[in-house]
Structure formats: C-alpha cells, structure tokens
Design a protein around this ligand. Structure first.
Ligand code: GDP
Length: 433
C-alpha cells in the first residue's frame, strides 16, 4: 500500500499525567535501538517485562525507573518492532523521556492514531475492526461497549470476507462465461442457472444487515421528543425524566419557546431527550412561533415521541409514539396512554419502562455490531450493484456490476480506501493509539 516506514514513532499511550503509571510506546525500525539507548543495559527477552532505569542518553541522568518490554516485529500490533516503557506518570518524567527520545535519530512523536494506522497499512487489521476500536475508546455505556467489541472482534470483517468470497466466485463464473462465449460455446451458459438467485441471496443478506439499527443511535443516543399543546405538562415531565431542574416550568402558556435537550442514559440506554415548545394553532408571539417551528422539526426527526396530546392527535412523524395521559393526579377521567403524574411520580416507572423498551428496539441487539454511516453507504452500494447484476443479461455488464460490488466491499475493509478517508478516520483517534 505504501513504502515501509523509516521513522520510528513514540507517544504516551496511557492517560494524561499526573497518573500512577505512564506507558510510552515506540514503534518502528529504531524502537530497539532507542530502548537500549534509554536503558543502557541489554534488552530483555521479547515480551517479558524487565526492571530498568530510564536514562537520558545525552546527559547520563536517570529520569525514572520502571519496566521495559520489547516486542520484535512483525508479530506485533503495528507489525513493526515495538517497545514499551512503563514509568511513573508525572509531567516531569514524561517530558524528560519524550525529550530524550526526540533527540534520538529517526524518532519523532506520533500523530493521532498513527500506531493504528501503521497496523492497518501493515495488514494487521482492517478498517471495520479499527472503527470498532474507535467506538470502544469512545464508549460511555455498556451497550456501546458491547457493540464496539463485536465490531472490533471482527464480526463485520468476517461477514464481509464471506460476501467477498461469494462475489469473487460469481465474478469468476461470469469471466468463464465471457471466455466461453468468445469460443462460441453456447452450452456453457446453462451452467449458470441460479446465478441471479445467488446474487440476490447475497444482496438479501446485506440488506438484512442494513435493516438493523445503525450505530448513530447507539453513539449519539435515541432521540426522544416530548410534545403536546401548551401547559400539557411537558416541561414537568422532562424535568422528572432527567431528574433535575433542566427546564423552566411555569403555568403561563408558551414558556418553553426554545428547545431544551438533555443527553443521558436511562437504564444504560443512551438518549437525547428534548422538551419542545407547546404546539398550538396560532400565536401572536414571533419568538413562540419560532419555537413551535423548531418543535415541529424536532418531532419530525425524533425516534420516539412522548405525546401529551390531551385528546389531540399527534403530528405527522416517523417516530414511535408513546401516548402519555399527563397530570394523572388531577385529571381523573380516562384518557389514552400511560397515566402519569410527573408531579407526584405516579406512573413514571411504567412510562420509563415503555420508553426504554421502545428505545432498546431501535438499538443493536446486545453483542451485535452496528454499522456506521460510512459502512452503511458502502454496503448499500454493494447490495444495489448485486441486484443490478441479477437483473442483467449482458455478461460484460454483469461483470462490471460485480466489480463495483466488490469495490464497495473493499472500501469497507479498507482494501480500497483513499488517503482522505483514512486521514479523516485516524484523526479521530487520540495520540498514542
Ligand atoms: P408545558 O407547557 O407542557 O411544558 O407544561 P408545564 O410542565 O410547564 O406545566 C404546566 C402546568 O401544569 C404547571 O403549572 C405545572 O405545575 C402543571 N403540571 C405539570 N404536570 C403536572 C402533574 O403531573 N400534575 C399536576 N397536578 N400539575 C402538573
């Protein structure tokens, strides 16, 4: 993919100082020389921690003491020679070690995600797994962690490999058919009955993955909007749900002119809950009108709408609607939906349970991976090309469609990905990863 790296990179791979322990990693052709220069003694046996003093080669001063581990390539994370210095996590120690390393020939501080990028370039991992790793590092909830682990563990990579193998086989069949037809052997085409079905079967399998919840919801949270006419009790419910005074509650209609949002995890499920301005027919107030327009947009884009309708129908939306009969402590007549009093807390458990069940159904199953937008777009293209291939008669065109589908899969794994895509992906990583 590119020429072997001549530079050796290093970076703090553990948390920012001050910390009990700091791990500085090195990767590249000069990793071993650098490790020896900093510790003066012989290198320990591969992959075995040895106690060493860390010395500034320029001055001979002892900077710190700790553990040295060496990992000779190519059986390493990056595929290159690697070393780790486990020292004390103070700023002064780190500055000393980094300065000493920087002065050594061929060494420089790593860029964000550069270790991972080298692993990718050296064929140690593919993009799907790297995206899983990125998600894992960013995971805040257990659900996010599980989906990230599935992706990082190669669940999607294995699926892509399976599709790629199937597609290559089909492509080879088409090639053969083209060759035969050159020789005027018409009979050979009969061997291909079922070819279209095979294409469709793979496309169906891809579509099944595409129909699963995307990673966006898992990463950004399920979007929940609280809607209804003014004074329905939306802000009170919002506050109750987020468990603090996040929105202004007042008896004057139209108080919530703006949209107030809260990001939180309820029972481990990431959600973004929005309190919206009350929707009513008409208002003189220009600011309130803006608030209402915003509320409409929010409700239209929500995944779940908690509708405090007071008998009115919910607006047009693709969101799952949960009808809420609010102010249950006061309104005694029977109304549609879950009876809730945000004031007394009555019915809140039931509402939260419904909300969580609905939100859960919009998220990946525990342990299943979730496709990112980038992955979805590529997979969609692969599935469309395959269906095109299934519907065509002309072998040359079929071959082209299959090539496109394979190309889209290669983008997923990174076999064919532009530098711009890689730059974007790795820049999201922290230095030292
Ligand atoms: P919004 O305009 O829909 O956001 O409504 P608010 O949350 O500001 O509530 C409007 C009024 O109804 C306020 O005076 C609240 O105290 C009152 N209210 C809200 N929820 C309840 C409830 O569950 N029970 C009772 N009795 N009053 C409520």
């Amino acid at each position: 993919m590119s020429a072997p790296e001549t530079s050796t990179i290093f970076a703090l791979s553990s948390g920012q100082p001050p910390a009990a322990i700091a791990v500085v990693r090195l990767s590249g052709p000069a990793a071993m020389t650098a490790a020896r220069a900093l510790t003066t003694r012989d290198l320990p046996a591969p992959r075995q921690a040895a106690f060493r003093r860390f010395i500034d080669p320029a001055t001979g001063e002892t900077l710190d003491e700790g553990l040295l581990i060496i990992f000779p390539g190519p059986r390493t994370e990056t595929g290159e020679d690697m070393a780790e210095l486990h020292g004390h996590g103070s700023r002064a120690v780190l500055r000393g070690i980094e300065t000493a390393l920087e002065r050594l020939p061929g060494l420089r501080l790593a860029e964000p995600g550069e270790f991972t990028r080298r692993a990718f370039v050296n064929g140690k991992t593919d993009l799907a797994s790297i995206e899983g790793l990125g998600d894992l590092l960013a995971a805040e909830t257990a659900l996010q962690r599980r989906a990230a682990m599935a992706m990082m563990g190669g669940a999607l990579s294995r699926k892509i490999e399976l599709w790629t193998t199937g597609l290559r086989r089909l492509a080879a069949e088409v090639e053969a058919r083209i060759d035969f037809s050159d020789e005027g052997d018409v009979e050979a085409t009969s061997a291909l009955t079922g070819f279209g079905d095979a294409c469709v079967a793979i496309a169906d399998d891809m579509d099944a993955d595409l129909s699963k919840p995307s990673a966006d919801r898992l990463r950004d949270g399920v979007r929940v909007a609280i809607g209804g006419p003014p004074n329905a009790g939306k802000s009170t419910l919002f506050n109750r749900l987020i468990g603090r005074e996040g929105a202004i509650v007042s008896p004057i209609a139209g108080t919530t002119r703006d949209v107030i949002e809260a990001s939180l995890a309820i029972r481990g499920i990431p959600m973004v809950i929005a309190d919206t301005a009350g929707l009513r027919g008409a208002t003189e107030d220009a600011i309130e009108r803006v608030g209402m327009a915003l509320a409409e947009t929010l409700i239209a884009g929500a995944d779940i709408l908690l509708w405090l309708g007071e008998g009115r129908a919910a607006p047009e939306t693709d969101a799952r609607i949960i009808q809420v009969a609010a102010k249950a402590d006061r309104e005694k007549e029977r109304r549609d939906g879950v009876s809730v009093s945000a004031l007394t807390g009555q019915g809140m458990d039931e509402l939260v349970e419904m909300l969580c069940d609905t939100a859960q159904s919009l998220l990946p199953m525990p342990g299943d991976y979730a496709l990112s937008r980038r992955q979805r777009t590529a997979l969609q293209r692969a599935a469309v090309s395959l269906r095109d291939a299934a519907g065509l008669e002309d072998d040359i065109l079929i071959g082209e469609c299959l090539r496109q589908a394979l190309g889209a899969l290669d983008e997923l794994t990174g076999r064919a990905t532009t530098d711009a895509v890689l730059d974007e992906l790795f820049s999201g990583f922290c230095i030292g990863k």
